[in-house]
Ligand binder design. Sequence first.
Ligand code: 5GP
Length: 191
Amino acid sequence: MKALEEKICREGKVYPGNVLKVGSFLNHQIDVPFMQQIGEEFHRLFQDEKITKVLTIETSGIPIACMTAVCFNVPVLFAKKHQTKNLSDDCYCTEIMSYTHGNSYQARIEKQYLSKDDTVLIIDDFLANGCALVGLMDLIEQAGAKCVGCGIVIEKAFQDGGQKLREMGVRVESLARIIRMDPETGIEFID
Ligand code: 5GP
């Protein structure tokens, strides 16, 4: 998606540890009309699937998932990273290694919101090593639901998550794929 690549180059900042910050439109402040275009693009890519639910993980996946779900007219379900008092104990649960925090955490969804009758599209902001997506697919599998694929806004293609998942037969659609990024020389994309 050309407009996304241009926006990443204009507004993104490369940090040590291969972290890209896009706080101006995706990870802190949300550019809502732009997220709407992103949602429409995911809808265009997956429109032939009979999706019943869009699944993501808190926090930054939520706005993108909502914009996508509006196009499909289905609910968004987001995995929670913390056990809270208002979350039932009757949950599907999986362990995920956090790329940005460097530690692992339990992701949970209440069983009542995902069943074997669901056909699920996963949406997330970034794909790096693929741990978040593998965890979300595990939750879908525990529920006996079907996963039609993953829609990713920014794939860091120099890390191996995308390749690993595609080799597993998962359909991964990334709207921008970064092949190289460096604080000095900038950001380069591949198709
Ligand atoms: P993975 O699980 O694929 O290793 O990492 C994906 C998750 O880590 C995403 O949900 C995202 O929140 C976070 N993440 C990974 N790399 C980056 C990055 O370069 N920038 C930001 N903002 N988040 C990232």
